[in-house]
Design a protein around this ligand. Structure first.
Ligand SMILES: Cc1cc2nc3c(=O)[nH]c(=O)nc-3n(C[C@H](O)[C@H](O)[C@H](O)COP(=O)(O)O)c2cc1C
Length: 367
C-alpha cells in the first residue's frame, strides 16, 4: 500500500483539482491536464468542442497534410476550419520534407493555428508509405530537421511547436528518449508519447516505461497517451510515468464525458455518477447538428453513423439501433431516430448504465 501511495504522490497532479491545475504551452494556459488526442476522421471541430465542453483541457486537430496541392481540397479545408473553436487552436501537421512542413505550419498559423503539433505518431499506411507519421522515427536526422524547421518558422509568429510520437519504430528500435532530447534542443515545447512502437500499430498493450524515461530526462512537459480507458487507468498511467498530462483517444469516442470523469477521479479519488440520459441526449443531438453543419447533408449523415454507433455501444437495444442507423439516409430522420432512442432510454433510467460505451474499439486510423 505504501508503495502505491508513493507512486500516486509521484504523479505530479494527483490530489489537485485538475480544473485548477493549469498548464502552459508557450503563452497559452490550458484549463486542465486531461487532453483529447488527435484522431483523423473523428476529432473534427464539432467533436473537439464537445470534448472541451465535457472537461478536456485541450484538444488537437486531426492532422493536416504538408502537401500544398491538397490544401484546397474539401477534406483539408474542413480540417483547417476553426470557426468558433475555443482556444488555443492546435493544428497537427504531417509530412516528410522540412521546408514543406515549415510552409504548412505558417499556412495554418495564418489560418488561426495558435499551436502547431508535428505528427510523428500515426502508423497509417497512407502516411507511412510517404515516410511521414511514426515512420519518421526511423530517420532521426530528418525528424529533427523537420522539428527545427517548423520551430524556426513558427518562432517569428510567437507560435509554440509541440510534437506527438510513439516509443520508437519497433521493439528493437525504441528511440523515443534520444529523439525527445533532440526535439527539446530544437525548441519543441511539449511532447506527447503514445506508448506503442510504430510496428505495433494499435495491437498489444501500451507500455509506460519509455514515457517515464522521457519524462525523467527532459524539462519540457510530457503527455502520456495510450490505452487510458478509465479513471483508474488514468491514475495508474500518471503514477507509472510521472507525466505532466494525459491524452485520451479511442475511449472518448461516444463517451466524451470521460474527460470530466477522469479529472474528477484524479482530483478526489471518487467516481462521478454516470451522465444523465437527458444530458447525453442533448449532447449527442447538439453534436449531430454541428456535424451536419460542417459536412453537409450527404456526407454528414454518413459520417455521423460511426459517432452514433459509439454512443449507443453497450446500451440496451444499442446494437439493433446501430444496424438501423445504417439504413437511414436523411439527417432529419437520423436526428429524430436518435432523439427517440434516447427518449426510450430515459423512460427506463435516469442515468446511463455504468458500463455503457466503455470498450474502446481498436480502430484503424482513417488518416
Ligand atoms: C481513428 C484514429 C485516428 C488517429 N489519427 C491520428 C492523427 O491524425 N494524428 C495522431 O497523432 N494520432 C492519431 N491517432 C492516434 C491517437 O492520437 C492516439 O495516439 C492513439 O489512439 C492511442 O491513444 P488511445 O489508446 O487513447 O486511443 C489516431 C488514432 C485513431 C484510432
Amino acid at each position: 500500500m505504501a508503495e502505491i501511495a508513493q507512486a500516486y504522490n509521484r504523479a505530479s497532479f494527483f490530489g489537485n483539482p485538475l480544473a485548477s491545475s493549469p498548464m502552459n504551452i508557450g503563452p497559452h494556459s490550458l484549463a486542465n491536464r486531461v487532453f483529447a488526442a488527435p484522431m483523423a476522421g473523428v476529432t473534427d471541430r464539432p467533436f473537439r468542442q464537445l470534448c472541451r465542453s465535457f472537461g478536456a483541457g485541450y484538444a488537437v486537430s486531426e492532422m493536416v497534410t504538408s502537401r500544398r496541392e491538397l490544401w484546397n481540397s474539401l477534406k483539408t479545408s474542413r480540417r483547417a476550419n476553426h470557426e468558433g473553436e475555443p482556444g488555443p487552436v492546435a493544428v497537427q501537421i504531417a509530412g516528410t520534407d522540412a521546408a514543406m512542413m515549415a510552409e504548412a505550419a505558417v499556412y495554418n498559423v495564418e489560418r488561426g493555428a495558435q499551436i502547431i503539433d508535428i505528427n510523428l505518431g500515426c502508423p497509417a499506411k497512407k502516411v507511412c508509405n510517404k515516410w511521414a507519421g511514426s515512420a519518421l522515427m526511423q530517420d532521426e536526422p530528418l525528424a529533427v530537421a523537420i522539428a527545427q524547421a517548423v520551430v524556426d518558422a513558427c518562432a517569428p509568429h510567437g507560435v509554440p511547436v509541440t510534437l506527438k510520437m510513439r516509443t520508437g519504430w519497433s521493439r528493437e528500435h525504441r528511440n523515443a528518449l534520444r529523439l525527445a532530447l533532440a526535439f527539446e534542443r530544437a525548441g519543441v515545447q511539449m511532447l506527447t508519447i503514445h506508448g506503442r512502437t510504430r510496428e505495433q500499430g494499435y495491437g498489444g498493450c501500451a507500455e509506460y516505461e519509455t514515457i517515464a524515461a522521457v519524462k525523467a530526462a527532459v524539462r519540457i512537459p510530457v503527455v502520456a497517451n495510450g490505452d487510458i480507458t478509465s479513471p483508474e487507468k488514468a491514475r495508474e498511467v500518471l503514477a507509472a510515468t510521472g507525466a505532466d498530462a494525459l491524452m485520451i483517444g479511442r475511449a472518448a469516442q461516444g463517451r466524451p464525458w470521460i474527460f470530466r470523469e477522469i479529472a474528477h477521479f484524479l482530483a478526489t479519488g471518487e467516481h462521478l455518477a454516470p451522465p444523465l440520459v437527458a444530458e447525453v441526449r442533448r449532447a449527442l443531438l447538439a453534436h449531430l447538428e454541428d456535424h451536419y453543419a460542417l459536412y453537409g447533408e450527404f456526407t454528414g449523415v454518413r459520417s455521423a453513423r460511426k459517432h452514433i454507433g459509439w454512443y449507443v455501444r453497450g446500451l440496451p437495444g444499442g446494437d439493433a439501433f446501430r444496424t438501423r442507423m445504417n439504413t437511414i439516409e436523411e439527417s432529419t430522420a437520423q436526428f429524430a431516430a436518435v432523439a427517440a432512442f434516447f427518449d426510450g432510454l430515459a423512460r427506463e433510467a435516469d442515468r446511463l448504465p455504468r458500463a455503457a460505451g466503455v470498450a474502446a474499439d481498436v480502430v484503424e486510423s482513417e488518416a
